[in-house]
Ligand binder design. Structure first.
Ligand code: PRX
Length: 651
């Protein structure tokens, strides 16, 4: 089967509809379509009323004066309110039966297990917050967190939130250069890392990457190192301290700071269509309300549930649905450090069986890998504890959806295909499992308070089953507030095209039932295995190699990863094109960005197809990369012979 999520036509053929099971709906918070529609209508017509009701379920040190102030494109939510996110994730539960309940269940890749109850997690967070204070990290300061998915990642994030420091988590797969860029942009004064982490049986040298990133001097004055893998590392005198040693100097008393609702909570870097990653800024009150209520309604989460979101804490999904969303709801969140196929391809199913996981939230690219590895790995395990499945990160092809539903969900678990972005902070378009019938491949209907539309280039809403750009009309609580230190880019990138409407950068269509079918990115951003990668970032990494003159990177549909990275490279004169050089260029990208950005294919070319004004014609390269005949308009092409050369088969 050929998977091409960019092909809208293929979705049109998808007619299967799955109604929520009666048994599930009866117990769910939102029990039917009529109830969803009633609440949705209220959330759009009277957002203040709707969102204050949600916010009141949380704990505020001072109640807000006003729910929303919208001076497009700048929103403030719960104005005048004071609160603390860590207190909402921890202290709030300590006066209830949840005090002795597992907050975090964790499993390391080598197999160790840890459990932290709410009371224990609270204590660890308070102690580590005191470590931060001791190291002169205070309110408003930026802190880079470069850790694997271990409880300490959650502890570090919550400790920052407790004192009002702003965390910026950098995915553990990113390289030294990526860390340095993020330190530079955020002006971070401290960095929290580990000696190493485990991945597919090997050790990822996190601390070494940090040392490389800090070489030559940066704004980072303190590095706190958690001992995880016991690999040998260098500790820089006067700069680096051990996490466990620091704990010896502090007590466990750390009252949560009363922070303004709009106090910055975190900066998370994501790819955009220009070379530089964007620092997406999220603030406290609105973000909390957004992740709290989406976790509650979308996963219909229950006190007795064990919730497993398989994302790495370095991505937004890890922020919102491994750490903050489940803990704000007093749930038990499961964390796993390593790879899904280590030591064997049934690691996930083994984890589900042993821990009796109830809700699994993972990515389509992982599901496609499971399909490829074979059903026998799934069949070995009892997955009957599961009651709900979710996906996120990219469009899911209907066949993978059906496989997931049948083989993992035993045909009784609803599947929630949730559409959202780093920028949106929380889930935006999604089924509610007891209320909204699902169609494989569609993220279905908008969440409460979200008003999306599909529009043509003039901003006019298009009719049913016509493709267009996906926009969101008006603000929502968990929206990004700006791009850190680049308000102009924030305005231009998201809000300049259609006044007061947020441009998502995704293409979509809406069917005759109002269901959204997301096609994918329409800008120069790839979605490789659920990770957003800017083509221009990869291009600049390639061009930074001494032998490269010019590079153009495009995506090609890929059965497993959604898209794969194809790089067209022209070399400086006198340089020989060789297979060794291809490998070298791939590694070069790995060093500069991280392994996830390595081109799957490097093609050398004498020249790249350009318009007369010098713009690279990516559309043509895309067609060439996917082996298709160049069919579109080539009249603006400067040198036609370039095309024939590019299309020549590889040696
Ligand atoms: O293209 C959409 C795709 O992932 C992009 C957001 O990427 P990122 O900011 O890295 O966040 C990923 C996790 C929230 C979107 O613009 N995307 C995400 N979820 C879906 C999706 N595409 C289709 N269906 C989804 N459920």
């Amino acid at each position: 089967m050929k998977i091409d999520n960019r092909n809208i036509e293929s979705h049109l053929k998808e007619k299967r509809v799955f109604k929520p099971a009666k048994e599930f709906a009866r117990k769910a918070r939102i029990k039917n379509l009529a109830q969803y529609r009633r609440m949705y209508r209220e959330s759009i017509r009277q957002p203040d009323k709707f969102w204050s009701r949600e916010a009141k379920e949380l704990s505020w040190q001072k109640r807000w004066r006003k729910v929303l102030e919208w001076k497009a494109p700048f929103a403030k939510w719960f104005i005048g309110g004071k609160l603390n996110l860590s207190a909402n994730c921890l202290d709030r539960h300590l006066t209830t039966h949840r005090r002795n309940k597992a907050a975090i269940l964790w499993e390391g890749e080598p197999g160790e297990k840890r459990t932290l109850t709410y009371q224990q997690l609270h204590r660890e967070v308070c102690r580590f917050a005191n470590v931060l204070k001791r190291n002169k990290i205070g309110k408003g300061r930026r802190v880079i967190i470069y850790l694997p998915t271990i409880p300490e990642a959650a502890i570090a994030m919550l400790a920052c939130a407790r004192i009002g420091a702003v965390h910026s988590v950098v995915f553990g797969g990113f390289s030294a250069d990526s860390i340095r860029d993020r330190i530079h942009d955020s002006g971070a004064i401290a960095l929290i890392t580990a000696d190493g982490s485990y991945r597919r049986g090997g050790i990822v040298p996190l601390k070494k990457n940090v040392d490389d990133a800090l070489r030559g001097g940066t704004s980072v004055k303190r590095v706190i190192v958690f001992q995880r893998a016991h690999n040998e590392i260098h500790m820089e005198e006067g700069r680096d301290v051990w996490w466990h040693r620091e704990l010896e100097y502090v007590d466990d008393n750390c009252p949560p700071a009363a922070l303004d609702s709009e106090h910055p909570l975190y900066i998370l870097y994501t790819s955009g269509s220009t070379g530089k990653p964007k620092g997406i800024l999220h603030t406290t009150g609105g973000y909390l309300v957004g992740i709290y209520s989406t976790t509650k309604y979308v996963f219909d989460i229950r006190d007795e549930d064990i919730f497993w979101c398989t994302a790495d804490v370095g991505w937004v999904t890890g922020h919102s649905y491994v750490v903050y969303g489940p803990l704000a709801n007093g749930a038990t969140t499961f964390m796993y450090e390593g790879a899904p196929n280590w030591p064997e391809p049934d690691r996930f199913w083994k984890i589900i069986e042993q821990n009796r996981i109830n809700i699994l939230y993972t990515a389509p690219t992982a599901i496609r890998a499971f399909i490829r590895w074979g059903d026998q790995w799934v069949k070995k395990h009892d997955l009957s504890s599961l009651r709900l499945l979710g996906t996120v990160g990219e469009p899911i092809n209907p066949e993978a959806w059906i496989w997931y539903h049948k083989n993992i969900g035993g045909e009784h678990c609803p599947v929630v295909d949730t559409w959202w972005q780093t920028e949106t902070g929380a889930i935006m378009i999604t089924p509610l499992p007891g209320a909204i019938p699902t169609k494989p491949g569609s993220a279905t209907l908008p969440f409460f308070g979200v008003d999306p539309a599909v529009v043509d280039p003039n901003g006019k809403e298009v009719g049913a089953n016509v493709g267009g750009k996906l926009i969101i009309r008006g603000p929502w609580p968990s929206m990004l507030r700006t791009i850190y230190r680049d308000t102009e880019r924030y305005k231009k990138q998201y809000w300049s095209e259609y006044k007061e409407n947020y441009v998502t950068g995704d293409g979509a269509r809406r069917d005759e039932d109002g269901y959204f079918w997301i096609v994918g990115r329409i800008d120069d951003v790839l979605n490789v295995a659920g990770h957003r990668l800017g083509t221009s970032e990869i291009e600049s990494a390639l061009v930074s190699h001494v032998r490269v003159a010019e590079a153009a990177v495009v995506g090609r549909p890929d059965e497993l990863k959604g898209q794969s990275v194809v790089a067209f490279v022209t070399l400086k004169s006198g340089v020989d094109a060789s297979n060794d050089l291809k490998g070298e260029l791939r590694d070069h990208v790995g060093v500069h960005i991280g392994a996830i950005a390595k081109p799957d294919e490097v093609r050398f070319a004498e020249a790249l197809p350009k318009t007369r004004s010098g713009k690279i014609m990516r559309r043509l390269l895309k067609e060439i990369a996917s082996g298709a005949k160049v069919s579109g308009d080539t009249t603006t092409l400067e040198d036609f012979s370039v095309l024939t050369k590019l299309a020549e088969p590889e040696e």
